[in-house]
Design a protein around this ligand. Sequence first.
Ligand code: NAD
Length: 281
Amino acid sequence: MQYISVIGSGTMGNGIAHTFAQFGFEVSLVDIDDAALTKAMATIGSNLDRQLKKDTITEADKMHILNRITTFTDLADGVHRADLVVEAATENEEIKLALFKELDKSCPHHTIFASNTSSISITKIASVTQRPENVIGMHFMNPVPVMKLVEVIKGYSTSTTTTNSVIALSNKIDKVSIEVNDYPGFVANRILMPMINEAIYTLFEGVADVEAIDAVMKLGMAHPMGPLQLADFIGLDVCLAILRVLHDGFGNPKYAPCPLLVNMVMAGKLGRKAGQGFYTY
Ligand SMILES: NC(=O)c1ccc[n+]([C@@H]2O[C@H](COP(=O)([O-])OP(=O)(O)OC[C@H]3O[C@@H](n4cnc5c(N)ncnc54)[C@H](O)[C@@H]3O)[C@@H](O)[C@H]2O)c1
């Protein structure tokens, strides 16, 4: 594998492009929004400056990494040479299914399609393509250049060849891949989101305030960040969307989102990106 196309240049897409370019891959970064691409390249530049200051890369490395990334607003132009596509567009089923139909037409036959989705079924995404055996989940964690884990999600039809290629590739970019099967929330969010939801219920029922709940989990459970702060960082709208996928997918009331979370999302208090969530930013 040599050419990697990353679709979506937001929070996750810029980190995924940065990481592949750092390990010597040619990267095309595609977004429908030109301003998002400009912002992504600026973010990658400032994240590389941080690595420079820590002496983990040289000035020459920085230039090489930036030169390996080319940006595109036209999907077909961006992906026609791709060995692997990593899709990191907005978490919306309609957008992703339309994108994968287009990718199927525009990419070479051998291209592997990976989605970075937090919760949408890989099997469903694969079903809109003519190559379901080549479709897999590559769930990177934020911030991508720093976090070690890639949750590798095998859809119903994903082939062993595809899975092995993606695991080998994850090793090449210094990540640790963990294989899981395609059920709602996979593993990471199936465990994380009920904990965050329970923390919100604990606040909702007046058991303790925001700072106290986070302090208990940080000091008592050695979590680097409390669950309410983490929810703010992920985005409360994203947390709500994932809980709804778990609730719908399993039909189990234990995944029902806390009414306080629903209200905060309706009020636009989406966390750090909105300047206000459980904390003020
Ligand atoms: N934010 C996180 O912490 C996190 C962690 C793991 C996985 N994810 C997943 O990664 C994906 C991206 O999340 P994000 O937080 O980076 O979102 P984001 O909103 O920061 O970025 C999404 C980008 O996709 C672009 N986009 C939308 N439709 C497109 C299309 N048809 N073609 C090309 N680009 C398109 C948007 O313009 C935007 O720049 C989602 O599936 C999300 O669930 C997010």
